[in-house]
Design a protein around this ligand. Sequence first.
Ligand code: THU
Length: 275
Amino acid sequence: MKAETLLEAARASRSRAYAPYSGFPVGAALLTEEGAVITGSNIENASYGMAVCAERIALFTAIHAGYRSFKKIALAADCTPPPTPCGACRQVLREMAGDLEVISGNLNGEMDISTLSALFPRPFGSLSWDKNPYSEEDQQNSEDNWRVSVSFHPVGCVANGYETPQAIPSNYKELLSQVIIDPELEEGLYRLGEEEKINVISYLHRAKNYTLKEKRSGRGNEVYGVFACRAPLRPNSIAQSTVNLVEVNKNVLTVRGLDLINGTPVLDIKTVMPR
Ligand code: THU
């Protein structure tokens, strides 16, 4: 993955910061060995010293999600020169993420690339963090393992002019939208153009407050469980839309019949099972 791509993810994740005290949102994006990008942003507190930097939020999120090896971290803030990790983050990153490439960027397009060993040559301690008291076998055998969170990394997003679900016309079956796939994944679209219909799996990022059982407008206003209907408000906010594929142009798909708002993250594209 290009440094600039990872930096873009770090810049975007500034919008998730909780930084009312410093007014200085920072975004971080960590690239795992497997190619996943895990983001973080700084989270502050009225007790100022409790603030946690974007880098550690990203790192701990990744560790909790099960990632153990990392390649690069990007860091973005609105400052010149671009930010570098604070001393505390350097220590933590060095133990848990090894000798990362560190990409620093600001909002003026400036970028600086370094390594953690150059920024922090003599870390404290020698213990390898992955000597976890839980053995890997224990972790694998735990019956409750399925309860852990799963993190997804969108492969693209929806582009159309509709910013709210209410704005989407009722004849959306005729509506043209674009699905913009991450340019780095473009090769995965090879021969998709042969399909007439495709499934777009997406994450309804604005859908909140689901109910398990209620009257469903799409089902004659009768009561159904959330898993017995296609209601957009559901536990994981995942949507599956079967749409007509109009055109594939490089990493941009034009589709007809998508009822998703502008910017909806797309998790996957799959073909429709032939009948
Ligand atoms: N901050 C980071 O998130 N990363 C750094 O590397 C340096 C500082 C945050 C902490 C605090 O919320 C704000 O920036 C001002 O220090």
